[in-house]
Design a protein around this ligand. Structure first.
Ligand SMILES: Cc1ncc(COP(=O)(O)O)c(C=O)c1O
Length: 384
């Protein structure tokens, strides 16, 4: 049997990882500023994370949600503390798309409405409703096409006000990434997020903060939406939550009440996933990783801004993007193959940095030196 070929991939087999480094099967070391797509939050194979998972594995890995799983309550309490949303309610699931799916569905159960507002360049996942709210026609199969999603321009308060004025009573929810990831690192303005809050309150709609990529401390605050100083009704999270162990969740404001059987899952919140999630939160707190994201993120942004060839350096904390001009289109590829540095990208010309929140200054410095060197090489190829 062959694999179903869904992505173009790099011809590299990674067989070992530690902190911000990975090694291929030939022993070559790479600096990982991509974090397996923003997933590695506390660093690859962190000893505390490994220990917690191993210890749990020896006891019990899985039982269904038909019994009490005290580890789930422990995750809820720790998450409430670290995120500052102690009065929210936690529902655990398995992936970012599933988190958004549940959030959109719960919002609709809550207010009995059907319409969803999403924004241009959004990415919310590949499953049914999540993909319908994703602004990329290539991902939407005919069966996912729906009139229930209204796409509006990102950060455009006038368009949002107009939409609510026209159809406000039909709007079930507004879903927005605090920093668009796949869309190319576009930061939602504080006043836009405040406007969403005000309009959702006025019209009885649910504000859903997709924090799958920009959340879990990556921006320097637990949720990047927190920069606006207003709370969302539901936050969705995944990637960094398990540091590579598949675990996801939504947290739900107290005014949205649960009803039996509206949401459910077989694997969500299993013992092993909870052990991984707890380890991540413990390390984040212990090692003050949000503070590190602020500090190293600032260093990187400041340095990248001094490189004239790189345009529009943007982002928050350790979620950084910049535009690469056409004449440097091989930059990302060369960083990987010549300098052994993994970075992320967004079409058509954005390099995205999504490293572990524990990235060290010396590794950030090494990246800055490497990118400068590579830009020089690309601009004067004869000297290579
Ligand atoms: C903002 C955002 N939402 C949702 C998802 C979907 O997450 P998953 O791939 O875990 O389903 C992603 C994945 O990249 C994402 O970046």
């Amino acid at each position: 049997m062959n694999l179903f070929d869904v992505y173009p991939i790099n011809d590299i087999i990674i067989s070992k990882a530690k902190g911000s480094y990975v090694w291929d099967d030939k022993g070559e070391q790479y600096l990982d500023l991509y974090g397996g797509h923003a997933v590695i939050s506390i660093g690859h194979t962190h000893p505390h994370w490994v220990q917690r998972i191993e210890e749990q594995l020896e006891k019990i890995a899985f039982y269904s949600n038909s019994i009490k799983i005290p580890l789930q309550q422990q995750v809820a309490e720790k998450l409430g503390k670290v995120s500052g949303k102690a009065d929210y309610q936690l529902f655990l699931c398995n992936s970012g798309a599933e988190a958004n799916e549940n959030a959109l569905k719960l919002a609709s159960f809550h207010n009995g409405r059907k319409k969803i507002i999403a924004f241009n360049k959004s990415f919310h996942g590949r499953t049914s409703l999540a993909v319908s709210a994703t602004d990329n026609k290539n991902y939407i199969a005919p069966v996912n096409e729906t009139d229930n999603v209204i796409f509006l321009p990102f950060n455009d308060e006038t368009a949002l006000e107009k939409c609510f004025a026209e159809t406000g009573k039909d709007i079930s929810s507004v879903i927005i990434e605090g920093i668009q990831g796949v869309g190319g690192i576009n930061v939602a303005s504080n006043s836009f997020l405040k406007k969403i809050r005000t309009l959702c309150d006025e019209y009885g709609a649910v504000y859903i903060a997709d924090s799958v990529q920009c959340g879990y401390g990556r921006s320097g605050k637990f949720f990047s939406h927190d920069f606006a100083g207003v709370n969302a009704d539901i936050y969705t999270m995944a990637k960094g939550m398990g540091n590579g162990f598949p675990v996801a969740g939504i947290i739900i404001a107290p005014h949205i009440k649960p009803k039996h059987f509206q949401l459910g899952t077989t694997f969500g919140g299993n013992h092993l996933a909870c052990a991984a999630a707890l380890a991540v939160l413990e390390v984040m707190e212990e090692e003050k990783l949000m503070g590190n994201a602020v500090m190293i993120g600032k260093y990187l942004k400041d340095e990248l801004e001094t490189i004239p060839q790189l345009k529009n350096v943007r982002g928050r904390g350790l979620m950084i993007g910049f535009d690469v001009p056409d004449e440097l289109k091989d930059l990302k590829k060369n960083l990987l193959w010549k300098h052994k540095i993994f970075t992320g990208e967004a079409k058509p010309n954005v390099i995205r940095l999504l490293p572990s929140l524990a990235l060290k200054k010396k590794d950030a410095e090494h990246f800055v030196e490497s990118i400068k060197e590579e830009i020089n090489n690309l601009q004067s190829p004869l000297e290579e």
